[in-house]
Design a protein around this ligand. Structure first.
Ligand code: PRX
Length: 635
């Protein structure tokens, strides 16, 4: 991509105004200037939020891997595309050039083809943060298969649900993973999941930890020998602009996760263009996003956005605390990182460890710092700004979602003056609206409301896999003709946005988006549990932690509550994953309910937050007497 970036605030406003006045022309120019097309589009955009239906660049033909890899080979073939930093600091980092990436993606793609994977087939990828994870996604994209990456911290039940929902034909995994001083038996988790998945025909296994694992005859194969045999070039599949590129699951308000479907051309253009501007990436820079590719941040800003720009993108296998809490800063010094993109929860955890481990390292290479995944509190913002950026590197607090595919509200570094806890201004092409509860748009400044987007943008998810009605109900019915984000926000006197948090049943814990329903479903599986309700409460490091209210069946005397607490967390770990464990579990005789039987979470939330003075009107409850009992026994 050309090196052109938005450079100052006035220019941002000019570009922004154009993007709103003539969105089709605006995005067409981006698409014309930067990408390789087999065939150009017939129509830039057609849309109707009432259906909802959104199509960008209809008629165009392309392959995203050609834009992310092949296109850079003549000028940048020897440049590092992926810089892999292993879990163990004593293991050498691996520099994978664009040329090598091309070869490895092609070989992997040929293996997929040999195993019968065809255009449109779904492939589940359940891998740790090793190069094969990025390569596997690109190999799928090369042949037009739809990847569904499942974060390798999810349990076997969660994995099985996701595999079945999109009928994946193949699973790509590894013998295990390194995480700090621990190893995790990923293949064992896959084996367990596959007991419940009839759709899977084959499993490819990457060797990473050299453990002895069980291989099922006729189903499982080691990847390496297949790669060695595979041909080093693979003709890219010619894809339509609106062909699905991947599915990525996110939590919802029912136990069933939502498989957000992202398509090819719009996603490519938007992630590439945002990457370039939000991180002000210049050729030669080394960019590091600490997210896992199992989340949207990794898809868009470790793999596709950076590679579409011919960037060097770092993949880190380990955790911030291993071998000690200085590891991030050690990596920044070692690889002379220029752009560093992480989550507030990591910043808070590292800030708690004091400055000694920061001051040991030379962080002078840093130019831009990023934050994503949850609101960044003022204290963490200042710590990051003062001690990591030394007040020289602007912080881009980027607001976006799995559903939006790319960054939506963000400062442009060196152009937008930053303001702690504010994501600031909409990216070009993004038209936010704040709505009151009656559905009126609040058009003035200094208001707060529900955050919606009024106009389509190229990387928005097009549907929920297999359930378009749910897509419509979740995002397009609350406010007519608008995409509803599920977040609340305020707009200050100059038009800057501050995201205030979720207004639905999603709770963000350590930057992970968790729905209450699947966790409650898991708890209710425990034989001693009659009913449960989960709410969030503020936590110093995680941002939010989970508080569970649990009604027990009549289990008689003799059940020790501490054991039950452990068992409940164990069942959550099995059904959802360890990230969803509860910090506090209160056993109670009842839950506050409306006359229609709905749990009044608002009250439970206030009790969990120790804010019991103003519980609002409880007289409409079916059982107002339980409220005092819950307050008296709260933890
Ligand atoms: O509540 C917002 C919060 O994370 C949600 C989206 O989560 P997920 O789909 O997992 O994607 C996370 C990575 C893009 C949003 O609805 N969120 C994300 N970024 C921010 C944020 N909240 C406040 N400030 C942010 N910068």
């Amino acid at each position: 991509m050309s090196n052109y970036h938005i450079k100052h605030l006035e220019e941002y406003y000019q570009v922004y105004r154009k993007s709103i006045r003539e969105p089709e022309n605006f995005w067409e120019e981006v698409a014309e200037e930067h990408f390789l097309w087999y065939k150009k589009w017939e129509n830039v955009l057609s849309w109707d939020f009432s259906k909802p239906k959104v199509k960008w660049f209809e008629g165009a033909k392309l392959n995203i891997t050609v834009n992310c890899i092949d296109r850079h080979l003549t000028t940048n073939g020897n440049k590092t595309a992926i810089l892999f930093e292993p879990n163990d600091p004593n293991e050498a980092a691996e520099h994978i050039t664009y040329r090598e990436l091309h070869r490895r993606v092609c070989q992997f793609a040929n293996v997929l083809k040999d195993k019968g994977v065809e255009k449109g087939d779904r492939v589940c990828i359940y891998l740790p943060m090793i190069p094969e994870l990025a390569i596997a996604t690109l190999a799928c994209a090369r042949i037009g298969a739809v990847h569904s990456v499942v974060f390798a911290g999810f349990s076997s039940t969660a994995l099985a649900t996701r595999i079945n929902d999109s009928s994946c034909k193949m699973v790509i995994t590894s013998d295990g993973s390194f995480r700090g001083s621990k190893t995790i038996d990923l293949k064992g988790i896959v084996d367990e999941a596959l007991n419940d998945c009839d759709c899977v025909e084959s499993v490819l296994v990457v060797k990473r930890i050299n453990s002895s694992i069980n291989m099922v005859d006729g189903r499982d194969e080691w990847l390496e020998p297949l790669l060695e045999e595979a041909y080093e070039d693979c003709v890219p599949e010619i894809m339509d602009a609106e062909d699905p590129l991947f599915i990525l699951y996110t939590s919802g308000s029912t136990g069933m996760p939502k498989g957000m479907v992202h398509t090819t051309a719009g996603y490519m253009i938007y992630t590439a263009y945002t990457f370039k501007n939000v991180f002000q990436y210049k050729q030669g820079d080394i960019y590091w996003c600490t997210a896992d590719i199992g989340w949207i941040t990794g898809h868009s800003y470790i793999v596709y956005g950076p590679l579409a720009n011919g960037a060097t993108t770092v993949m880190f296998e380990g955790v911030p605390s291993y071998p000690d809490f200085g590891r991030f800063w050690d990596i920044v010094e070692k690889h002379k990182i220029n752009q560093f993109y992480t989550a507030p929860t990591a910043i808070r955890a590292l800030a708690k460890e004091g400055l000694e481990l920061v001051e040991k390292y030379d962080l002078s290479s840093l130019k831009v710092l990023g934050s994503v995944g949850e609101p960044i509190n003022e204290e963490a913002w200042h710590w990051y700004n003062d001690n990591i950026g030394k007040k020289q590197s602007p912080i881009v607090d980027t607001w976006w979602q799995t559903e939006t595919g790319g960054i939506m509200i963000t400062p442009i570094p060196f152009a937008t003056p930053t303001k702690p806890t504010y994501a600031t201004l909409p990216f070009p092409g993004i038209q936010p609206a704040l709505m009151d509860e009656e559905g009126n748009e609040l058009t003035e400044n200094q208001v707060s409301g529900r955050l919606c987007i009024k106009f389509p943008w190229p990387s928005m998810a097009r549907t929920i896999w297999g359930n378009h009605q749910r897509y419509k109900d979740t995002y397009f019915t609350a406010f007519e003709n608008k995409y509803f984000t599920g977040d609340g926000a305020l707009r200050d006197e100059v038009g800057y946005y501050r995201i205030t948090g979720r207004v639905d049943d999603v709770i963000i814990v350590s930057g992970h988006n968790l729905g209450t329903a699947p966790i409650e479903d898991a708890i209710n599986e425990h034989p001693a549990v009659a009913e449960s309700a989960i709410v969030g409460f503020p936590h110093d490091i995680k941002g939010n932690a989970l508080y569970g209210y649990v009604i027990l069946k009549d289990v008689g005397e003799g059940r020790v509550h501490d054991n039950l607490r452990k068992e409940i967390n164990q069942i959550i770990t099995e059904h959802v994953g360890p990230i969803a464990k509860l910090d506090k579990i209160q056993f109670t005789k009842g839950l506050p309910k409306t006359r229609s039987g709905k749990i009044m979470r608002r009250i439970l939330r206030k009790i969990a937050c120790k804010d019991t003075k103003n519980l609002g009107d409880t007289s409409t409850l079916l059982n107002p007497e339980v409220v005092q009992e819950i307050i008296d026994n709260s933890l």
